[in-house]
Design a protein around this ligand. Sequence first.
Ligand code: ZN
Length: 66
Amino acid sequence: MYRKDCDKCLRSSYSSSEFGEWACPICGNDLTNHPFFDAITFERIHVNMSSKKLKMYKQKDKFVND
Ligand SMILES: [Zn+2]
């Protein structure tokens, strides 16, 4: 179980999957690129997925180009 904190409404949301997009259920803020935390211990989790890393780099490049 994962937890993410929304920086807009400051609420926490939970999911059992690290895949796919993650939107805040309260305000709809896109939390997809926010860090994962363990829902029980609140420790930050470093999700080790090369495909996700590539996606994040692509999005970063997009921001630079825009
Ligand atoms: Zn929110």
